[in-house]
Design a protein around this ligand. Structure first.
Ligand SMILES: Cc1cc2nc3c(=O)[nH]c(=O)nc-3n(C[C@H](O)[C@H](O)[C@H](O)COP(=O)(O)O)c2cc1C
Length: 179
């Protein structure tokens, strides 16, 4: 799939078919995440891939009741935990770049998944301590996010976005770029 088509088609998928994701496709999306830029190329993002149904249940349990993505974790054949140790990145003026590094990497994974017809959904609300215990994640490493990964039950339409004119300033704050 062409890059801009994948960007347009990527949506948060919360309903999945049970069909497994091939190891080849798993490695392709992870390889795309590996290409992400990072602070000083320190590459702090780590990916924990979970396909074993019993282990995936531990991910499901860690997602809070009422989270719209909870059932998606149960339905999808795989889940990926995004982890990062803040000590493996940098900070400037109060901005912690491990979140940026990890976030970019996950979005690379998401777009690669979309290009392969796979669905993802960024899940940011979960019991981090439970996940760290269940998966033996080291003390200093944070679980930044997780996603279900699998084939969408159906292709959803892209959700609305603000107009570009609301988001973009040309040359100076408030500049429209129009002559
Ligand atoms: C930092 C972050 C946290 C999110 N957490 C959740 C979540 O816990 N559960 C969920 O269902 N969606 C979550 N989302 C997905 C957003 O709701 C979704 O991206 C947004 O509504 C736009 O929809 P789209 O991704 O389909 O374009 C999260 C997204 C981001 C970037």
């Amino acid at each position: 799939m062409e890059f801009f088509e994948a960007v347009e088609k990527r949506v948060s998928v919360r309903r999945y078919r049970p069909d497994p994701v091939s190891r080849e496709d798993l490695l392709r999306v992870l390889a795309a995440a590996r290409r992400a830029p990072s602070w000083e190329n320190l590459q702090c993002a780590r990916f924990l891939v979970v396909t074993d149904p019993g282990k995936k249940n531990a991910v499901f349990e860690a997602v809070h009741e009422g989270n719209p993505a909870k059932k998606a974790v149960a339905a999808a054949p795989a889940a990926v935990l995004l982890c990062a140790d803040p000590a493996d990145s940098g900070s400037r003026a109060g901005l912690d770049y491990f979140l940026v590094d990890a976030g970019i990497a996950f979005e690379h994974l998401f777009l690669a998944a979309a290009a392969l017809g796979l669905g993802t959904c960024w899940v940011g609300v979960f019991d981090e301590a439970a996940l760290k215990k269940a998966f033996g994640i080291p003390e200093g490493t944070r679980v930044v996010a997780l996603t279900p990964l699998g084939y969408p039950e159906k292709q959803s339409s892209p959700r609305p976005r603000k107009e570009l004119s609301e988001l973009v300033h040309f040359e100076t704050w408030g500049g429209t770029g129009k002559k």
